[in-house]
Design a protein around this ligand. Structure first.
Ligand code: SF4
Length: 329
């Protein structure tokens, strides 16, 4: 049985169920690296260039771990576009090249290009090309891909029900997720899935909020059509897929009477975040908004203090019936 490694970072939180199903149905054994931890980051820091963002550094740590696993292939796709006329951050586009330049002991890479803004045909050809590494049976490859898409939609449905993408994957794998009681505050939590739902990178931001009595809402749990409509109200279309969803979700939450406050988790060194965070901050008129920027030096103490202060402020504001004074008028 051929062994395929999938790093537990970046696109993992969005597409792991899809690719795991695809490779498993073709008879491969899928090995995911372990959840991010301090060692992952330390190993990533040794391999990645200083200028990259925190999630990329952590991703490099996952690759280092997988290099020790005696794999036949490592799956590192080149994500260009996952929606028509929208693009993923340029770092995703260059990741197979960055990885090849940084590691000398890599197994062969499966670096399929996903670019749905161009043509479906190329993607179909690439999927067959990847499938051919395991079988020459085209029917089997097609069936595996259809099944993979079904599993992906199943996990997306779980995310719409309010689970984080990480919890959705856990449930999909048949593992239990921590139950959480209903809180008195409703907080919209925004950020790229691979930083927000990675407990190490986010320093368990979501778990901490829940323990502080907050109900958490994510971009994936909102009505996607409404999110797109809100995103379309800003003068220039945001062509980054994740960035546009953040802007649309923030505008939607800002108008939603049920939401008490909004938190945006940004990563230091992230180009799109520096722009998207600024746009969101300027557009928040009705709800208190807090932007948290993290990097490899961020400490849990600072995070906890800011979360507690934010929650206290929201409760005090509610008790006194105070309105919001937006930072940008
Ligand atoms: S969007 Fe930002 S955080 Fe994500 S990979 Fe690109 S630079 Fe890094």
């Amino acid at each position: 049985m051929q062994r395929v490694g999938i790093p537990h970072g970046l696109f993992y939180y969005y597409y792991y169920p899809l690719w795991k199903t695809f490779f498993s149905d073709l008879g491969a054994e899928v090995i995911a690296s372990s959840e991010s931890n301090r060692l992952t980051l330390d190993e990533g820091l040794k391999s990645a260039v200083d200028e990259t963002c925190l999630p990329i550094k952590v991703y490099f740590g996952h690759i280092r771990e997988l290099c020790r696993q005696n794999l036949d292939y490592m799956f590192i796709p080149r994500l260009v576009s996952v929606e028509p006329k929208s693009y993923i951050c340029p770092k995703f586009m260059g990741i197979p090249d960055m990885v090849k330049a940084a590691f000398t002991d890599l197994p062969p890479l499966i670096d399929v290009t996903i670019d749905v803004s161009r043509t479906d045909r190329r993607l179909k050809q690439d999927i067959v090309r990847v499938g051919n590494l395991f079988t020459q049976d085209k029917k089997k490859i097609r069936k595996a891909y259809i099944h993979a898409c079904q599993e992906y939609y199943f996990c997306s449905r779980l995310a719409r029900e309010g689970y984080t993408r990480a919890e959705a994957i856990q449930l999909w794998e048949g593992k239990p997720v921590d139950s959480f009681s209903t809180g008195d505050l409703n907080i919209g939590v925004l950020g790229h899935g691979y930083s927000l739902y990675d407990q190490f990178i986010s320093m368990s931001l979501i778990g901490r909020l829940r323990k502080m009595g907050c109900n958490t809402f994510f971009p994936e749990s909102l009505e996607q059509e409404a999110v797109e409509n809100e995103a379309a109200t800003i003068p220039k279309r945001v062509f980054w897929t994740l960035g546009r969803k953040m802007v649309g979700s923030a505008l939607y939450m800002d108008k939603s009477p049920a939401i008490d406050g909004i938190i945006y988790l940004a990563c230091f060194g992230c180009g799109p975040d520096s722009l998207i965070g600024e746009i969101i901050e300027q557009k928040m008129h009705h709800k208190p908004f807090m932007m948290l920027t993290i990097d490899e030096h961020s400490g849990e103490g600072g995070l906890v203090t800011r979360l507690e202060a934010f929650c206290d402020m929201l409760r005090r504001r509610r008790m006194r019936g105070e309105g919001n004074l937006p930072a940008y008028g």
